[in-house]
Design a protein around this ligand. Structure first.
Ligand code: GLU
Length: 446
């Protein structure tokens, strides 16, 4: 069996961490099993789907390195959905309903006030042909509901283990709207069958859907010639660092924004692949390495914590492992290519690549030195070696120590502040050499 999975975003907005996690885990699963990763654009909602969002999804996936083997748009497949709908109608599983949204709402309120679950009462199943004709004559158009069998639908979930959904307690889902538009539920099943999807990997917000959809899978299996049901894996949802739901800011932080802010794609994927698993959250060297580790048995049932601080740490780790040859073109692009020693010296201090500009400026531009003790600075200047080389730092600071008696933090911090203007930063031996004698002297004068 060739593994075939799909990422099925709706192009009604930008994709963010939650969607991308689904894309990533699907991609990694396909990679690990030499399978096919399908990009399926769920654009049945023609009003809310836009070409711009669709293009951005592709840009985002490519930026992350998640290339697809096959690609489809649901909006181009309506004929197939129509045939599937006709099959369900002929089997009595799809029935027309004429209630307006207001009528349904009123009925729900009555049910709730009587302490009953607000489940659709199937009144439309009892409509006579004459009543239906009367509604049509009034200008009403039907929406179509799928008649659930009302049973315990069970499956073995790769993340959640044995799962059961009782469809008795669910309303028959609307599959087709009044205006003839297909809602997500049916096209998704039709495509999973038609494309021979072997594994449906998605968020646990779809667990109830799976109950409904498994009934639809069964109802359509003859149409697709005794279809094989896919295996399901429902991943826990993401929560913020505080364990609460993703904050609005985090939840809507799109991949395009992360790209613009300068996150490394491999940091985003390393982080998302590991959170919510028993593996440590750490930078990975490649998507292939992440794929080798992918295993649903490592995914817990507790929500995955999506913490920007942790993502930044992973990002820093990726930068720290980056060789100069790889960084060089990017350094050049931001006018910060000050050579290999510069990169190797400053990279342990970067959270995001763009932070490098600040260090490039400290080395080659103008800064405001911080001098708290002018006398100490004057002494340091007096002792500054005439030829300041790569190894001069220790001899120089040794001489300052002898002359002033300062040692440890009280020796190094004033020099760091004077030379870089900052209390933290890279190894002073290397950075002071990069700054060079002339600038060191000028900065010590304040
Ligand atoms: N378009 C659906 C969504 O974005 C796809 C869900 C699925 O994977 O079946 O939620």
């Amino acid at each position: 069996m060739t593994v075939k999975v799909r990422f099925a975003p709706s192009p009604t907005g930008r994709i963010h961490a939650g969607n991308v996690r689904a894309a990533l885990i699907n991609w990694l699963y396909a990679k690990k099993h030499q399978g096919v990763f399908v990009l399926r654009i769920d654009d049945t909602d023609l009003e809310r789907s836009t070409q711009e969002n669709e293009d951005l999804i592709e840009t985002d996936l490519k930026w992350l390195g998640l290339e697809w083997g096959e690609r489809y748009n649901q909006s181009k497949r309506f004929d197939l959905y129509q045939k599937a709908a006709d099959t369900l109608k002929a089997a009595g599983r799809l029935y027309p309903c004429y209630e307006t949204a207001d009528e349904l709402d009123r009925r729900r309120k009555v049910q709730l006030s009587r302490g009953l679950p607000p489940v659709y009462d199937r009144a439309a199943l009892n409509l006579t042909d004459a009543e239906k004709a009367a509604f049509e004559a009034e200008g009403r158009k039907p929406h179509w509901r799928f008649k659930l069998e009302g049973k315990r639908v069970a499956w073995e979930d790769l993340v959640r283990g044995h799962c059961e959904v009782d469809t008795t307690s669910m309303s028959d889902p609307v599959l087709i709207r009044e205006d003839g538009a297909f809602l997500y539920t049916l096209p998704s099943v039709v495509d999973d069958l038609d494309m021979k999807i072997t594994h449906v990997i998605r968020g646990e917000d779809h667990v109830a859907n799976t109950g409904t959809q498994l009934e639809i899978f069964e109802a359509l299996s003859d149409f697709f010639g005794a279809a094989n049901l896919p295996t399901f894996a429902h991943m826990t949802l993401l929560v913020g660092a505080d364990g609460e739901g993703l904050s609005k800011r985090l939840g809507s932080l799109s991949i395009s924004e992360m790209r613009a802010q300068g996150y490394e794609p491999l940091a985003v994927t390393s982080h998302l692949a590991k959170i919510g698993t028993s593996d440590p959250v750490e930078p990975s060297e490649s998507l292939e390495a992440l794929a080798a580790l992918q295993d649903f048995s490592k995914m817990g049932r507790a929500p995955a914590r999506y913490d920007l601080e942790e993502l930044l740490r992973v990002n820093a780790g990726i930068l720290q492992a980056m060789a100069y040859a790889e960084a060089k073109p990017r350094l050049g692009a931001v006018n910060a290519d000050l050579g290999e020693l510069f990169w190797d010296t400053v990279k342990p201090n970067l959270s995001l690549f763009k932070d490098v500009a600040e260090w490039a400026n400290i080395v080659s531009g103008e800064i405001a030195p911080v001098i708290e003790d002018a006398e100490f600075a004057a002494k340091a200047l007096e002792l500054l070696p005439t030829d300041y080389g790569r190894d001069s730092w220790s001899a120089w600071t040794g001489a300052i120590k002898d002359a002033t008696g300062a040692k440890g933090k009280s020796l190094f911090m004033p020099l760091r502040l004077a030379l870089t203007g900052k209390p933290h930063g890279p190894d002073m031996g290397a950075i002071s050499f990069l700054i060079g004698r002339e600038k060191i002297a000028a900065r010590l004068k304040g």
